[in-house]
Design a protein around this ligand. Structure first.
Ligand code: GLN
Length: 556
């Protein structure tokens, strides 16, 4: 077992109790933001205990958005929260799945790396996990690594990760702390908060040899002193180490709420950390959280997507970074974004003839986000045609840019069968085509982590909307796609008025398409996903430009 990590590196493990979905990710992000504000270099690491090697092959309706890092790793949406709360990019070492760990160990076994030993979960899988925890701290050059272990205590899937954390505590008792985020239900028939499920979860954690140092009790309402004491006694903790985390309106209040209970100081004490000179405080957060609370004027933005419905529910998890990006740019302009969801299927096929296109007029801006496959595409294309002709601000993200190019080719160039090879490879006019290396990958059924992924440079053309929004010549943005604007059509499209304002350094890949301001207030699409780099304290320049135009429309 590797035991040579920097002695002073600190680890906080965040573990869930009772049930998932109570805000472990936001708790982890908030702990990160608090420690960062105290002057520590922090990295946040997410453990997803599933056997998928990464999140890239999972359906966004079931699993939420796939969040892409600079490195190109396709991860869980929690990574997006981490980056947004830390206001910085994380590395490919900050995300671990069971699949990743097992794949590595099994491949090492096949390569005779274990010298003839019997390879087993303990010690080999456990030690590979410890190695990865330690590596993430080193790669980030951080002081503290906060690890969120996915799932809840009692799951089979995450046992090995909790065991790795336990062993790290044994190795470095002063450098490791455990935080349990648990749930305290208030059953409506009883009308009182029940602590028993949390007590049981704590007992289960004990049975793994782990004692929580801090309990964050999530609930609909604040926890009273009586229950705080009950939990404290049942897990042998000082009462201050039990934190009440009631539902609040905005997640940006969570770090502030934690700080009211002295979370930062408490964790520093538990980890034997001294106060830093370069403490910044959380003023920036306070300001932002106040803006969220006090902004009243609205701007109405619609997202045209297909991943909204599961059963009776409308879910927006598939587009969470897009929603966040819209909100941040709106707050920066003094507006609260009211986000509407439009199901693209309502604008196509038999629905199209009685679809209410006029209803689109009430929106100040319309976004077509990323996506895959055929369903809902014709509906998106008819919406794009309408917003182009009626000068409603339009922002296309990845697929949304490709569709904008197809719409332009069909309705302005008159190439009626213009299409993407993703939908109809037999179309005569494939204005969007598969990238040659991608074609080979698909033929070999190589689907996992094989798209054009992660951060790439693009050069911006002076005098364009994009250049003036970014105010720079070279940008870096994150990608996730297999298809591209077909270079054979660039001349025709350009002659017809479409401007390619961002291109890859080789000049071959079209990264941004737009119409000039004098033709349309904002009609712009990006082959990349700008939403992945939008942060509360650093809104994304293209979203901001789009929102500015949306506000102008509203105020007209
Ligand atoms: N399906 C398109 C492609 O693969 C767009 C992908 C996306 O929107 N992320 O190129």
């Amino acid at each position: 077992m590797e035991n040579k990590s920097k002695k002073s590196h600190k680890y906080i493990f965040v573990i869930g109790g009772v049930m998932s979905g109570v805000g472990k990710g936001i708790a982890t992000s908030s702990i990160g933001a608090i420690l960062q504000s105290k002057g520590f270099a922090v990295n946040l690491l997410k453990v997803d205990p599933y056997l998928n090697v990464d999140a890239g092959t999972m359906n966004p309706v079931e699993h939420g958005e796939v969040f892409v890092l600079d490195s190109g790793l396709e991860t869980d949406q929690d990574m997006g929260n981490y980056e947004r709360f830390l206001n910085r990019s994380l590395t490919g070492d900050d995300y671990i799945t069971s699949g990743m760990v097992y794949k590595h160990v099994i491949e090492a076994e096949r390569a005779l790396k274990y010298g003839g030993k019997c390879v087993e979960a303990i010690p080999h899988i456990r030690d590979e996990i410890i190695h990865r925890f330690q590596k993430s701290g080193r790669v980030n050059e951080s002081d503290i690594t906060v690890v969120e272990i996915g799932g809840t205590v009692g799951d089979y899937q995450n046992i090995m990760f909790i065991e790795a954390a336990r062993v790290m505590k044994v190795m470095h008792p002063n450098d490791v702390a455990f935080v349990m985020v648990s749930y305290m239900p208030v059953p409506s028939k009883l009308g009182e908060m029940k602590s028993k499920p949390t007590q049981n979860a704590i007992r289960q954690l004990y049975s793994y040899g782990v004692n929580p140092d801090v309990i964050i009790a999530r609930s609909e309402v604040p926890m009273d002193q009586k229950r705080r004491e009950k939990i404290a006694v049942s897990c042998s903790l000082p009462v201050e180490q039990v934190i009440s985390a009631p539902d609040i309106e905005s997640v940006f209040d969570v770090p502030l709420n934690f700080e009211k209970d002295n979370m930062g100081k408490m964790l520093m004490k538990l980890l034997h950390l001294r106060k830093k000179q370069n403490e910044t405080g959380i003023h920036a957060w306070v300001n932002f959280a106040n803006k969220v609370k006090n902004t009243k004027d609205t701007v109405d933005i619609a997202i045209v997507g297909k991943y909204f419905n599961t059963g009776d529910f409308v879910l927006t998890d598939a587009y969470v970074s897009v929603l966040e990006a819209i909100k941040y740019s709106s707050y920066a302009q003094g507006k609260k974004a009211v986000i509407h969801t439009i199901n693209s299927r309502d604008y196509e096929g038999k629905h199209k003839s009685h679809a209410d296109f006029k209803a689109l007029e009430k929106f100040d801006g319309i976004i077509v986000p990323g996506g895959f496959g055929e369903s809902g595409i014709e509906g998106k294309l008819s919406v794009i045609e309408y917003v182009r002709e009626n000068k409603i601000p339009y922002f296309g993200l990845c697929y949304g840019m490709q569709l904008m190019v197809i719409e332009y080719a069909r309705n302005v160039l008159g190439l009626k069968d213009a299409n993407t090879a993703e939908i109809n490879p037999n179309s005569k006019n494939l204005v969007i085509d598969i990238m040659p290396d991608q074609k080979k990958k698909l033929e070999m059924c190589d689907y996992g982590g094989s798209m054009r992924l992660g951060a790439y440079d693009a050069n911006l053309v002076k005098g364009t909307v994009a250049h003036s929004a970014y105010s720079k010549d070279i940008i870096q943005e994150r990608h996730r796609h297999r298809y591209e604007v077909n270079t054979e059509y660039i001349e025709q499209l350009t002659d017809a008025g479409l401007v390619f304002s961002g291109k890859s350094p080789s000049g071959v890949l079209m990264e941004i398409a737009e119409l000039p301001k004098k033709v349309h207030p904002f009609f712009l699409g990006t082959q990349f996903h700008p939403e992945f780099l939008a942060r509360p304290l650093a809104p994304h320049p293209l979203f901001t430009e789009f929102i500015k135009e949306a506000i102008k429309r509203k105020e007209k």
